[in-house]
Ligand binder design. Sequence first.
Ligand code: FES
Ligand code: FE
Length: 451
Amino acid sequence: MSGELSRLEDVVDKIKHGLLPQWVFASQDVYQLEMERIFSKSWHFLGHESEIPNKGDFVTRWIVNDPVLLLRDMQGEIRAFLNSCTHRGTMLCVEDCGNRQSFTCPYHGWTFNTNGELVGIVAGNKVYGSEMDRREWALRPIPQIQSIHGMIFGCLDPNAPNLEVYLGGLKWYLDIMAGRTDNGLEVRGVPHRWIVNTNWKVSADNFGGDPYHTAMTHHSTVELGISPRDPMFASYGHQVVLENGHGINIITAAPGLKMPPYQGLPKVLWPEFERNLTAEQLKVFSETVVMVGTCFPNLSWVSPMHGTGGPNEPLTNFVNFRVWRPLNPCQIEVWSWFMIDKDAPEDFKEASYRSYIASFGPAGTLEQDDTEIWTRVVDASRGFMAFDKDIQFNNVLNYLMGLDRVQPVNDWPGPGVAYPTCYLDAISRAFYTHWAEMLLEDAIVKAPIRA
Ligand code: FES
Ligand code: FE
């Protein structure tokens, strides 16, 4: 272990006390360890079943550095393979999406069917003889895939606990976002992708545990009349700490501010909510204005009510899931899916899409606010003082908000430890504690948390 890594135990101790050493954002050694001990063991969001509705439909995705061919085979089953030919390893399919009954490698022409079987070899028996067993050269499947509410996840560790265990209490909140209507969500368009010069933890932590930044970073929304002037406006509601590093903020309206129930979603959907959710989920959902959070390590979501910019524009809800794919310690590729209830009226779907594009699409106002700030965090974390090997400088960052000051409530109807404010660093502290423990190989999938 290099000098930086031997300091990880110190990180575990510090983060419990609300302090995070700044070097964790830009360290190449830490990044390498994250690849080996976190990303190779975690469940990763690959896509939604609505992206591959027909037999032969495929999309190409990544689990960090592993290219994935995600498809619906000719029997209708969803499968995921390493997108790499078994002959010399070239990437088999370079298209973003499409429909095929087979995939022919551009290098020497080996052909694989949608079951991953090697079904065609150029010059076949003439060059390999009839004794070569083609079954041994099938595409390599992603060790585990599993769907929940149409959301397909993959895991590179064949021995990892299943998706339900991994998600734990987060499933209860995913029910509200993705499982509330009879036919669930659908992805519209293709996921947007763009590159940001930041560390994956900066964005995951921002969505997971940082509603506090909203009033300042996104002050333009206040000026446009989309957000209230009260700087506490994103604090109302509950921050919920879940097991395995996950967390969600359920933000409600400021006292005295009248907001429509169910995030303003069309009334025609309400009977479906009542059919698909429990009384406890309905109560939480009916009062919600924004849901924002992170599934450890790098899947986040935001489901706010937003407009397209004008002061008199109605606020329209959308669901946006996004993966922060690490490219190196100081760079990520953002993958962003716009989703909407399949059963919503078409005009609402259009308004919802416009709301997403204006706010959290790649050129959205809030997205640009965040991107600029996240870049600056890493820009300021690469230097000698931030790494501070000799502890000459006070190089720890402040994650103290609410520590020992804010206590959990005991009447929260859902899973997790819920605190009565969203201006709180409880999720961030839990995120970084889990992160550091996984790097130290101490992490186990823990029993569900209840307040
Ligand atoms: Fe694919 Fe040779 S690398 S056929
Ligand atoms: Fe933001």
